[in-house]
Design a binder for this molecule. Structure first.
Ligand SMILES: [Zn+2]
Length: 44
């Protein structure tokens, strides 16, 4: 019984970048454990 799906996502733990330690607001499953900026650095 899901009362409020929004509350479910709010309760999810915030992702933290493994490189710079910044919290990742968006859920980027394909990016792993780094933020967008660090992901760009890895691409080089
Ligand atoms: Zn980062």
């Amino acid at each position: 019984m899901v009362k409020n799906i929004v509350d479910f996502f709010k309760n999810l733990p915030a992702k933290q970048c493994a490189k710079c330690g910044s919290y990742i607001e968006e859920q980027h499953e394909c990016y792993g454990h780094v933020c967008d900026e660090c992901t760009d650095i890895q691409d080089l």
